[in-house]
Each structure stands twice: as structure tokens, then as C-alpha cells.
Design a protein around this ligand. Structure first.
Ligand SMILES: [Zn+2]
Length: 158
């Protein structure tokens, strides 16, 4: 079982907006193998440094994206997928707002994670029939457009 599937199957209650994630205080080590840095933030119950937080967000999003787009989850799986995407998004936002020593590359990766997450959350909230209609329309739109713009430019079914 890969780490993302492990997180999907986690028995822990779904993360909710009631949780108050915060940046860690440099006293705990990153949980990634052979990493020497201090943990900055927790994701999926693992304490991670900035680099490994970004890697883990991409692992989660890369795993979840085709399944969300293909609507491959049953209802409980969709809720879990949504919770994981929200956790990535909330933590990435927190790091980008509160961490003072980010490089421009860190900032651009965090922004990319936020954009990917918001696109996936949008897809999760669109009812299945409308999603299929928009998804087909989107595939016709130029690939140079962002997914959000492509979705906006798709005709509305009303
Ligand atoms: Zn690390």
C-alpha cells in the first residue's frame, strides 16, 4: 500500500475546518527517511519539513487527480478524497502565509498546489452529470487555458 492509499484508508476522523493546523516550532524532526531538517507542518499525521511537505502534497494530488476526474470513487471515497485535497490546500495556504523564509521556487510550488487543489475541489462539488458535460466541453477548449478558465468558458446547462 503506497503512502497515499494509506492516507485514504486512514481510520482517523476526516480533517475538518474545526481543526487548527499550525506551523511547528522546530523542535520535532521531519518524519521522512534520512531527512535532517526540522518538521514545519503536519500532513496526514506525518510531521514534515517544507521540502517533504511539498513532495507529499504532490504525491496526494497526483494520485487523487485521475480518480476524481474519472469519478472512480464511491461516495465515502469521494469524501475522503475531498478531505485530503482540502488538507493539502489549507496547509499549503498556511505555509505560504506564515513561513517567512520561502524562496520564490517554494512560493511558486505552494501556489501550484493551491491551484491544483482548488480545481479538484471544484470538480468534486460539481454534480456528476454536469461534470461530464463540462469535462467534455473542457477537452475541446485550448490546452493553454487553465482548467478553471476552461471550466468557466464551457456553456452552462440550464
Ligand atoms: Zn524532510
Amino acid at each position: 500500500m503506497n503512502p497515499v492509499q494509506e492516507a485514504m484508508a486512514g481510520s482517523r476522523a476526516l480533517p475538518t475546518g474545526r481543526e487548527k493546523p499550525h506551523l511547528l516550532d522546530d523542535r520535532q524532526p521531519c518524519s521522512a527517511d534520512s531527512c535532517e531538517f526540522s518538521a514545519l507542518i503536519a500532513l496526514g499525521q506525518k510531521l514534515l519539513c517544507l521540502k517533504h511537505f511539498i513532495v507529499r502534497c504532490y504525491e496526494w494530488l497526483d494520485y487523487l487527480e485521475p480518480q476524481i476526474q474519472g469519478r472512480l470513487f464511491v461516495r465515502a471515497g469521494m469524501r475522503r478524497a475531498q478531505a485530503m485535497v482540502e488538507e493539502c490546500s489549507n496547509r499549503a495556504l498556511l505555509v505560504s502565509l506564515r513561513c517567512e523564509d520561502l524562496t520564490n521556487l517554494d512560493r511558486s510550488r505552494l501556489l501550484h498546489i493551491l491551484l491544483l487543489s482548488s480545481d479538484l475541489l471544484f470538480q468534486l462539488r460539481v454534480p456528476r452529470n454536469e461534470f461530464l458535460f463540462r469535462y467534455r466541453a473542457k477537452s475541446v477548449v485550448s490546452k493553454s487555458q487553465s482548467p478553471a478558465l476552461a471550466a468557466k468558458s464551457a456553456p452552462h446547462a440550464s
